[in-house]
Write a protein that binds this ligand. Structure first.
Ligand code: ADE
Length: 225
């Protein structure tokens, strides 16, 4: 899969993809992330990419021309399955969306800044508008990094133990059960006996029960789905 990300602050996206699982995905050739600096696509003086909003009001708006230049130039080389604009007024990102986006080949993400992007870009190019939650970030970069991480780890072959994504929280609308590792007893705090029993049927049942208890307790809304 290839994910291209258009931003005015490429430095913000330098590190998230150079570590751990996403780095491994890149090293294995399973995920390529390209960060595109919008300022390279403007014809305005001093690499201007934003301007005052028509009609007045606070804040700046990202201009249509540099964005369209960048998108159309990228489209000459790629056919995108989705062009995603990260914005607080988009649909809220969740695990199901991560699952379905992980099956695509080519994604383009656009990070907004200031008061947002000229509406004409949204109307004529963007195919999906996504928010990572009901709060406002200073730009879409961290949201793009969140999507890339959640999507990238689901690409087949990226995780070492392929089954581990299936037992993540939110797959099946359940939160994940508690986990333990060595030592079996620490300061007198003991690991539940069932996990030491070697009986995998009992262990699976216990984990499912714990998932239900945790979900009922913390996120009862998930059980209604
Ligand atoms: N840009 C600013 N806030 C955002 C959010 N909550 N989700 C996605 N993009 C954003």
């Amino acid at each position: 899969m290839k994910i291209d990300i258009i931003t005015v602050v490429p430095g913000l996206l330098e590190s998230p993809f150079s570590h751990s699982i996403l780095k491994r995905a890149n090293d294995k050739g399973l995920l390529e992330v390209n960060v595109i600096n919008l300022r390279e696509y403007t014809s305005y003086a001093r690499a201007q990419v934003d301007d005052y909003p028509f009609g007045g009001g606070a804040g700046m708006v990202m201009m249509v021309e540099p964005l369209v230049n960048a998108i159309e130039s990228l489209q000459q080389k790629n056919t995108y399955d989705e062009i995603i604009f990260l914005t607080p007024d988009g649909e809220t990102f969740n695990q199901q969306m991560a699952n379905s986006l992980s099956l695509k080949n080519n994604l383009l993400m656009i990070c907004g800044h200031y008061k947002g992007i000229d509406q004409r870009v949204r109307e004529h190019f963007v195919t999906r508008e996504i928010s990572i939650g009901d709060y406002v970030l200073s730009g879409g970069e961290l949201a793009a990094a969140v999507l890339t991480d959640a999507i990238g780890r689901l690409i087949p072959g990226v995780l070492n133990d392929e089954t581990s994504a299936l037992s993540d929280s939110f797959q099946d609308n359940l939160l994940a059960p508690p986990v333990y590792t060595r030592p079996e007893i620490y300061r007198g705090w003991k690991v539940p006996d069932v996990l030491m029993s070697g009986n995998h049927k009992l262990i699976d049942e216990w984990r499912h029960e714990q998932s239900l208890v945790r979900t009922k307790d913390r996120r009862p809304d998930l059980l209604d789905k």
